[in-house]
Design a protein around this ligand. Structure first.
Ligand code: 1GP
Length: 243
């Protein structure tokens, strides 16, 4: 079970890495490079999803499950991005936003199908943090991110997520963010909640990864760098071993 694995790694102080695969960019050439990199660098998880996905999630999940041994976790942008072949589903609620559609609406639409599929469901408080650019998730979800420097708002939001019974928190700078979530915000949230903490968005090199883990993230998610620079991905992957 994926949540049990995350909790165990965390108890042992083991930092984790997930690579985010955008199904729309998942062509044969990408998959050849990707599977080679996965063999060389062993991410802990492959996340699949996006704010806007045109291709079938099912076929990408099937392909990744066939080509690698890494657990595949759904990271859906909406209720259509489901696949029973994945190992787990991040059941996200966009708790930084005030759009009921992404707080609970899409979840209601998805719930019967999710239940029928029998997939492992991990309830996650998803918090969008401003990162210097307007990101796809901000536009598609029609929500305002928490301002970059407002650690107190992030902490209070995270606390509310924990008190509501969510099992993990995800601090999201947004794919391609100019600045990742700040170390001070990650540290402030870490000090105030006991849940596993996921951080992603705008991480392009090992130094940024080191800062995010050092500030208290348990699981780092990277996406764009994977499509642009596989050698940089290897450097990012090796940072996990420094902790
Ligand atoms: C996952 O959205 C991120 O949380 C991925 O962001 O594409 O900028 O790595 P990047």
């Amino acid at each position: 079970m994926i949540y049990a694995q995350i909790s165990k790694n965390r108890e042992q102080g083991k930092k984790m890495l997930a690579v985010l695969v955008d199904p729309d960019k998942c062509n044969t050439r990408f998959l050849t490079d990707f599977t080679a990199w996965v063999r060389a660098s062993s991410p802990d998880f492959i996340f699949v999803g996006g704010s806007l996905v045109m291709e079938s999630i099912d076929s990408v999940v099937h392909c990744l499950k066939t080509e690698t041994d890494v657990p595949v976790v759904l990271f859906p942008g909406n209720a259509t991005q489901l696949s029973p072949d994945a190992d787990a589903l991040l059941f996200l609620s966009l708790i930084s936003g005030r759009n009921p559609e992404y707080l609970i609406g899409q979840q209601v639409v998805a719930a019967p199908q999710v239940r029928r599929s029998g997939i492992e469901v991990i309830p996650v408080g998803y918090m969008l943090i401003a990162g210097g650019t307007t990101t796809s998730v901000e536009y598609m979800s029609n929500t305002s991110p928490i301002p970059h420097g407002k650690n107190d708002i992030a902490v209070a939001t995270a606390m509310a997520g924990e008190m509501l019974g969510l099992k993990m928190l995800y601090l999201e700078g947004g794919s391609g963010a100019a600045q990742p979530v700040s170390e001070s915000m990650i540290a402030a949230v870490r000090q105030n909640i006991s849940l596993p903490l996921i951080v992603g968005g705008g991480v392009r090199d090992a130094q940024a990864a080191r800062k995010i883990y050092g500030a208290g993230a348990d699981l780092l998610v990277v996406g764009n760098v994977l499509e642009k620079d596989l050698s940089q991905m290897k450097a990012i992957a090796s940072v996990r071993n420094e902790f």
